[in-house]
Write a protein that binds this ligand. Structure first.
Ligand SMILES: [Zn+2]
Length: 76
């Protein structure tokens, strides 16, 4: 389960809509556009699902994390 405060700051990368946790706890659903995003080992993978490759590229994933950290720091 993801902490509610984490869900509160997350947004759908496609439409910036509010994300809700699926009942199985392994995915997040956008309440606006109905896109779903996997939660891998407790970490939500908010990559647009329409980009083609189904496998999660580690390089893309880590750079995405770095970007999120930068954004958080800038906000503080
Ligand atoms: Zn959305």
């Amino acid at each position: 389960m993801l902490p509610p405060e984490l869900l509160h700051i997350l947004a759908c990368p496609s439409c910036k809509g509010k994300l809700v946790q699926n009942s199985d706890g392994h995915s997040l659903l956008c309440s606006t556009c109905d896109d779903s995003y996997p939660v891998v080992e407790g970490i939500p993978v908010l990559l647009p699902v329409r980009t083609g490759t189904a496998s999660c590229d580690t390089t893309t994933y880590s750079s995405s994390n770095k970007h999120k950290a930068t954004t958080t720091n800038a906000r503080i």
